[in-house]
Design a protein around this ligand. Structure first.
Ligand code: ATP
Ligand code: MG
Length: 294
């Protein structure tokens, strides 16, 4: 089960925005995706509550009979939104479950310095340092009239971090999130500029989120070899026991995902239904193991 965590200790860097969009994009690919909110602010959970049930479904955490949060059964992809200030043991716990971390970074020197410190801490964790958990940055709220994107690219490359491009500052994101939407839920013509900016991100995520798992995944999607592994970098060992332990109900069952080309958003008419009844908003806790101190 691929897990992508959105991490940056800098508050307001765009983590929840990015997490919601990645989850929505993944849902549009036909994945049974969960958007897990590790942040006490519960921005992602609140956004899920606003989301129209007719749109491609995104599940929140599920609560089992022992009152433990878990990934709902049938979920095949997980996106984790994390709080600002995440560090130390809490950061390590998230990294333990993540196959990839995307760090949204705004342009100011303060943002870069804070992100560099976060990166330095991440690199002390063996799972990141060894490449088992991949790391990349994306520029957030970038003013296209400035050199901000190039500055961020150079900064990212100086840290040996893949730079997945820059998302411009636009009220489209703000308005979409207010309505429980993402730009992937708009018509392609409405969001053409922004969708184009997402393409490098999507190219990077696709092999992580949709590797061919024929060896241990009996789903029709896996059997048909769905998804090209463009970077060829998926390692089966990234399905670590630690991730399995997120799932209290045992082995993941595969969702019969429908496959669509990664780059083409579709109108909000073909929402894949989740293979179980999950209602955004019914979860009131975050998992103990991910809970932040007061
Ligand atoms: N590309 C964008 N253009 C304009 N506004 C944006 C963009 N991305 C994010 N925002 C806005 O920036 C603010 C911060 O974004 P967001 O809440 O996603 O950050 P965060 O990192 O999750 O914050 P926190 O650390 O508090 O959880 C929000 O008001 C959001 O709507
Ligand atoms: Mg947030």
């Amino acid at each position: 089960m691929p897990v992508i965590a959105i991490v940056n200790r800098k508050g307001g860097s765009g983590k929840s925005t990015l997490a919601a969009h990645i989850a929505a994009w993944s849902a549009r690919q036909g994945s049974a995706v969960m958007l897990g909110d590790v942040d006490r602010q519960q921005s992602s959970r609140a956004w899920l509550k606003r989301r129209d049930p007719a749109l491609p479904a995104i599940a929140p955490w599920a609560l089992d009979q022992k009152n433990t949060l878990r990934v709902p059964s049938g979920i095949t992809h997980v996106v984790l939104d994390t709080p600002g200030g995440l560090h130390g043991f809490e950061l390590a716990r998230v990294v333990m479950f993540a196959d990839a971390i995307i760090m949204p970074v705004c342009q100011s020197v303060f943002d870069r310095e804070s992100a560099a410190a976060c990166h330095a801490e991440l690199m002390t964790l063996p799972r990141v340092a060894s490449g088992r958990c991949r790391l990349a940055t994306v520029g957030m709220r970038i003013d296209g009239r400035t050199h901000a994107a190039e500055t961020l690219r150079q900064w990212s490359e100086s840290l040996n971090l893949p730079f997945l491009g820059a998302l411009r500052e636009t009220q489209m994101y703000v308005r979409c999130l207010e309505r429980g939407l993402t730009i992937f839920d708009l018509s392609p013509s409405q969001a053409a500029t922004d969708l184009a900016q997402w393409q490098p991100l999507i190219d990077w995520m696709t092999p992580l989120l949709h590797p061919v798992q024929a060896a241990n995944d009996p789903s029709p999607a896996a059997r048909s070899g769905v998804r090209p592994t463009r970077l060829g970098s998926y390692r089966p060992e990234s399905l670590m026991p630690a991730q399995e332990s997120l799932i209290q109900g045992g082995r993941l069952s595969a969702h019969a995902a429908t496959s669509r080309p990664a780059a083409v958003p579709v109108p909000p008419t073909s929402a894949p239904s989740l293979p179980h009844a999950v209602h955004p908003g019914e979860i009131t806790h975050i998992p103990q193991f991910l809970r932040r101190g007061v």
